[in-house]
Design a protein around this ligand. Structure first.
Ligand code: 26W
Length: 840
């Protein structure tokens, strides 16, 4: 018998009672939905017709739909159990889910039914749907990718479960005050969350702190005890993840931290009751807030606590479920896989070793054999400052047993290195999981590579750069571990859901809706490319989507966008490598042309830039201020009226993107080549018929390959050229030799955009002119200006533009996460698809 026994097991011993669980299926018709809605509104929520708070009807609808999900959820679970299928667990500190309501209606095919029901009830569905808070449990690309993956796995009927944290506060809300970013908390759970189901019966206990003790038992076997810990409880909340019209509902399990009851007994007994209760706070802090950094790690203890909390709770949960149906771990590695979303959950590798050795009495070799066959690691960034490292002293204090295990993993690993490169001491130093220095550090990426059987990048170029650069030593040692999995986006949310008019047009011309599950069918539209009627409808839909975006821009930014103009959009996190600065420099160039009267053959433009800056990232915040100031001047200059408008979009998030990408003409993907791992916004724009102006970076390269050179506006240095020209980079020379660039810099230096705020933008000017500018903004400026001029000319040729727009959507099928998930499954997970039992 294992010394570790979960009390929950006692509860499942008793035979399930059929009488309790046999229920007739719920109706999917208008009347059933209306009745169910009325029941929740009146009885469960206790509201009357006078109630003005809009979130009650929203909640009642949420419950009504969740009930329909619940039936399918149970059927999916039992299908997985009956087949004893292999499973994958997607471990991620971030899931940027956005809203659930419209996604649920789309995937359950209840859009029309709910609309009819609401019409009869006299309710405005659109208004009610708008009151749903985004589940913003992620920073950007990596978190949204996790959400798209879950959608595709459910649609493909892959038994994949997400594990994450239920942050009380999601990604901060961004307000712009006099051009500056102001952060506000995102208390997204304030009005409750109808989509989650609390499962307190599966609570897990997580250890922190303490010390280790070694005891030898009577058989001479040494056992390690991790004692004196301060434990925290992990309570799971399940979110249903519906597949598209297939009866499958997978699970996203999010953990909330809570204090244990016995935690403070000593203090309680000594009379300090209130102090003892106060201590509860520190436990609950673990899942209080999402860290809003998306590129630089800051080594905060609470962040390591979060990571271990997720890893330990999830692994214990998987083991619990495994042991309900299996006697031992002999088949565990064949039947389970953990995909690590970046290094954030990588402490799982050490934690799984601990559980197998200390709690389930495996030898080191047995435990390592299981662990290293189950773990797979995805890298999402090439930026060295984003690679996670934890100080050894901090690790030792918080997770002493895990540090011992990491040291042991490292020592065995370094022996392998020594065998492979005999006498190469430098190699051992370079590859060690522990970085030596005044304060030694645990390199989480190295731990991830050593402990995983698969290591992947997220676009072809990115994987190539990992192999040649960042992880080259490891690639030499284990080339077979490395593979590429180009990112994608789910076509449900990012085409069918956010662009209903285009969905209709595509369906009409393909003849069925099957393309929503099989995006390669978009190529069937090719025969309509030159048909007048189809093209006219295409244009009409883009115009209508632009009108919706213009309304949003008016509401959020108070700037008037004219739908005749070219809508030029860059929305993503604000970062120097993404070069929002290059974009705004181009805007200043256009403005200079207007001021100089150089407006022959002019194309009117509306430039929209949006995104959040990490609260501690001064340069990113200053870039927002610059964009806002430039916008203010240009929008109020009558000379520019009609020719050029600029707006900074506040609080860019998933729901905003659902309006922005269908209404965009030009997608800005202008990072310094070799810096953007993949990008996924680029794919959303492409799918919705926007054209890309971009560098040869990340997935842009593959986008261009798919759509063809003629339908993509390319500019800038390649990744190789960037690295090779760093030494010769001389921005001041570039300025002196290009009068347009010189004019832009002079405008900035003159203080034209900061007349009441002298010197405000000096740090930006310094960074532009710095020969060591990491992002080499000016190296690509001329080429960018020229490519933008091509864009302007192309836009005037409506016929050409429409063809290019259609070609972009038509060629976007590679960028569906359905394709991405099929590849993960074929190469890494090797899961069988399991259909859920259908509800009659
Ligand atoms: C430690 C702080 C931290 C937090 C998040 C460092 C790094 C991250 C992420 C790796 C940042 C991120 O979201 N990366 C993006 O991942 C996307 C999905 O693969 C890619 O498309 C983007 O190119 C990449 O920047």
């Amino acid at each position: 018998m294992y010394k570790y026994c979960n009390s929950f097991k006692l509860m499942v011993k008793s035979k399930p009672v059929d009488e309790l669980t046999i229920v007739p299926p719920l109706g999917m018709d208008v009347e059933s939905l209306s009745n169910c809605f009325r029941y929740y509104y009146n009885h469960t929520l206790g509201r009357s017709k006078d109630c003005k708070a809009i979130h009650y009807p929203y909640k009642a609808l949420g419950y009504t739909l969740r009930d329909r999900l619940m039936e399918r959820w149970k059927e999916t679970r039992s299908a997985y159990e009956e087949t004893d299928c292999k499973r994958t667990y997607y471990l991620s500190l971030e899931f940027l889910m956005g809203r659930a309501l419209s996604n649920c209606m789309l995937n359950l095919d209840l859009n029309e039914t709910v609309q009819k029901s609401f019409y009869q009830l006299g309710l405005d569905l659109e208004e009610i749907a708008e009151c749903e808070q985004d589940a913003g449990l992620g920073n950007g690309g990596l978190g949204r990718l996790a959400a798209c993956f879950l959608d595709s796995c459910a649609t493909l009927q892959l038994p994949v479960k997400g594990y994450g944290l239920r942050y009380e506060y999601g990604m901060f809300k961004q307000r712009i005050e006099q051009g500056h970013q102001v952060e506000e908390t995102d208390h997204w759970l304030l009005n409750g969350n109808p989509w989650e189901l609390e499962r307190p019966e599966y609570t897990q206990r997580i250890k922190f702190g303490g010390y280790t003790e070694y005891h030898t038992n009577n058989k001479g076997k040494m056992t390690v005890y991790w004692n004196g810990t301060r434990d925290v409880l992990a309570i799971p909340y399940d979110i249903p993840i519906p597949g598209f019209k297939n009866g499958t509902v997978n699970t996203l399990r999010l953990w909330k931290a809570a204090a244990t009851d016995e935690f403070d007994l000593d203090e309680f007994n000594s009379g300090s009751y209130t102090e003892a209760v106060e201590e509860k706070n520190s436990a609950e802090h673990i899942t209080m807030v999402l860290y809003p950094n998306d590129s630089s790690e800051n080594g905060k203890e609470l962040r390591l606590r979060q990571q271990y909390f997720l890893a330990s709770a999830s692994l214990q949960d998987v083991i619990r479920e495994w042991l309900m149906h299996h006697d031992d771990f002999s088949e565990f590695a064949q039947k389970n896989c953990f995909q690590l979303n970046d290094t954030h959950p990588t402490v799982s590798i050490a934690e799984f070793m601990r559980l197998l050795i200390d709690d389930y009495e495996h030898t080191w070799d047995e435990a390592w054999s299981i662990t290293s066959k189950c773990m797979a690691y995805t890298n999402h960034t090439l930026l060295p400052e984003a690679l996670e490292k934890w100080s050894v002293p901090l690790f030792k204090c918080l997770l002493p047993r895990l540090l011992e295990i990491i040291y042991e993993i490292n020592s065995r690993f370094l022996k392998q290195v020594a065998m492979h490169w005999p006498g190469d001491a430098a190699r051992i130093r370079q590859m060690s999981i522990i970085e030596e220095g005044p304060v030694p550090q645990v390199r989480m990426a190295y731990l991830a590579i050593v402990g995983s059987f698969s290591v992947n990048g997220v676009a072809a170029l990115h994987t190539e750069l990992l192999e040649k650069g960042l992880f080259n030593n490891f690639y030499q040692l284990w080339p077979e571990k490395f593979n590429n999995k180009t990112n994608g986006v789910t076509p449900r949310r990012w085409l069918a859901g956010c662009n209903p008019e285009l969905r209709q047009l595509i369906t009409k011309h393909i003849g069925s809706e099957k393309w929503i599950k099989d995006l390669s069918q978009l190529s069937k539209l090719e025969k309509h490319l030159n048909k007048k009627d189809f093209r006219n409808q295409w244009k009409k839909i883009k115009l209508s989507n632009k009108a919706k975006l213009a309304l949003l821009v008016k509401a959020e930014c108070d700037v008037n966008f004219n739908t005749d103009a070219l809508f030029d959009v860059q929305v993503k996190r604000i970062h120097e490598y993404k070069r929002q600065l290059l974009n705004i420099l181009h805007v200043i160039h256009l403005y200079n042309r207007i001021k100089a009267g150089d407006t022959k053959n002019w194309t009117n433009r509306c430039v929209l830039i949006g995104g959040k800056a990490a609260p501690g990232y001064a340069m990113a915040k200053l870039t927002i201020k610059l964009i806002s100031n430039v916008a203010e001047i240009i929008n109020n200059d009558p000379q520019a009226d009609g020719l050029l408008k600029v707006a900074f979009f506040p609080n860019y998030n998933v729901s905003a993107m659902e309006v922005i990408c269908p209404g965009t003409d030009l997608s800005e993907q202008i990072s310094t080549a070799g810096k953007e791992a993949s990008g996924t916004g680029n794919m959303k724009f492409m799918m919705n018929g926007a054209l890309t102006i971009g560098t040869l970076d990340g997935a842009n390269i593959e986008i261009r390959e798919e759509v063809g050179d003629d339908n993509f506006f390319l500019f800038g240095l390649t990744a190789e050229e960037v690295e090779n020209s760093r030494n010769q980079y001389n921005p001041v020379n570039i300025i002196n030799n290009d009068k347009d660039i010189d004019a832009v810099i002079k405008m900035l230096e003159s203080g034209y955009f900061n007349q009441c705020e002298p010197q405000l933008f000096d740090p930006i000017l310094h960074s532009i002119k710095n020969p060591y500018d990491m992002w080499m903004t000016l190296a690509d400026f001329r080429s960018y200006i020229d490519a933008q001029e091509e864009v302007s000319m192309a836009y005037q040729d409506t016929k050409r533009w429409t063809t290019m727009s259609i070609m972009n959507t038509l060629s976007s099928s590679k960028f569906s996460t359905d394709r991405t998930m099929e590849e993960y499954n074929q190469d890494i997970w090797k899961l069988d698809k399991v259909a859920a039992h259908q509800i009659k």
